[in-house]
Design a protein around this ligand. Structure first.
Ligand SMILES: [Zn+2]
Length: 296
């Protein structure tokens, strides 16, 4: 039984196909709790965060970062996930309370909530002067299909993607996870067909995650009789990069007048982080001290 979130990355012996499987139930539940998302918003947010964490596992250097942004024209508003190269991710959905009735039994209306118009954007910051930015139009707003279109059009990588989130009636997350299978350049069509058939015979990815099988046995089912090798196995977690120090530095850029005006209007100096919902309270002295230090 799986009790914690992790990612497994494997490759067939002839290095033609790469398979990533992620179990993300605990971290998607943390995102849901932090943002107080509706059932459908949880599914949308969970799919985006799961996909971003899998993509982050391909970053080469420790300081590299990746942002996956879904700018749909639906009522969810933009959904953004930001991940590092070591398995930490954070994410938000602009309208966490937005929800829509399901159109088919057992299926949340993610595509409708996200919207079918708009774009998907990937930003990779690998320490170069300019970050890499890839952008494609959304296909269905269901995230997996949209991402598959991104990989094909922007990175020329044929992919098979499944992302799933199951939500309990009390809105907590029952199960979440994802699968991204990618053909390497020159991959044999037969091996791809084989894998696709194996995946089609499996239950949906969210059901597989709910069944609690470890990812090693899910990988076995995906690969069938194809010989493979596990190339990475790492824990995944919800983790934000915000913190008091960082926010004090940002607030110190405000003028004394702006700071005083905010305190006058709201009675406090409060900042909440978009990505994790954490609320920070500061005193005027704290900010002014930083301001004078910055001038030294
Ligand atoms: Zn934060």
């Amino acid at each position: 039984m799986i009790t914690s979130d992790y990612l497994l990355k494997a490759m067939d012996k002839n290095k033609q196909v790469r398979v990533n499987i992620a179990h993300t139930t605990t971290l998607v539940e943390e995102a849901r709790r932090r943002h107080n998302t509706s059932a459908t918003a949880s599914a949308a947010l969970g799919r985006v965060l799961t996909a971003a964490l899998i993509m982050g596992s391909d970053l080469k250097n420790e300081k590299d970062a990746l942002t996956l942004r879904i700018n749909g024209d639906g009522i969810a508003g933009p959904i953004v996930a930001s991940v590092d190269s070591v398995g930490h991710g954070r994410a938000f959905i602009s309208n966490p309370a937005a929800d829509l009735p399901s159109c088919s039994p057992g299926k949340l209306a993610v595509g409708e909530l996200v919207g079918r118009g708009g774009y998907l954007e990937v930003i990779k910051d690998t320490g170069m002067k300019q970050p890499f930015v890839g952008r494609v139009n959304l296909v269905s707003g269901e995230i997996a299909e949209d991402l598959s279109s991104y990989f094909l059009l922007s990175e020329q990588i044929p992919s098979l993607i499944a992302l799933g989130v199951l939500v309990n009636t009390d809105l907590s997350i029952k199960a979440a996870g994802g699968l991204i299978i990618q053909a390497m350049p020159g991959a044999d069509d037969i091996i791809l067909e084989k894998i696709e058939n194996n995946v089609l015979q499996m239950d949906s990815i969210s059901t597989v995650m709910f069944q609690g099988k470890d990812l090693e046995s899910v990988l076995e089912a995906v690969m069938g009789d194809i010989a493979y090798e596990v190339i990475a196995n790492r824990p995944l977690a919800f983790k934000c990069t915000c913190g008091r120090e960082r926010l004090v530095a940002i607030l110190a850029n405000l003028t004394r007048e702006e700071i005083e005006e905010t305190i006058e209007q709201t009675g406090k100096l409060e900042v909440s982080c978009n990505f994790c919902g954490e609320v920070y309270n500061f005193t005027e002295q704290e900010i002014m001290y930083k301001k004078t230090k910055a001038l030294d």
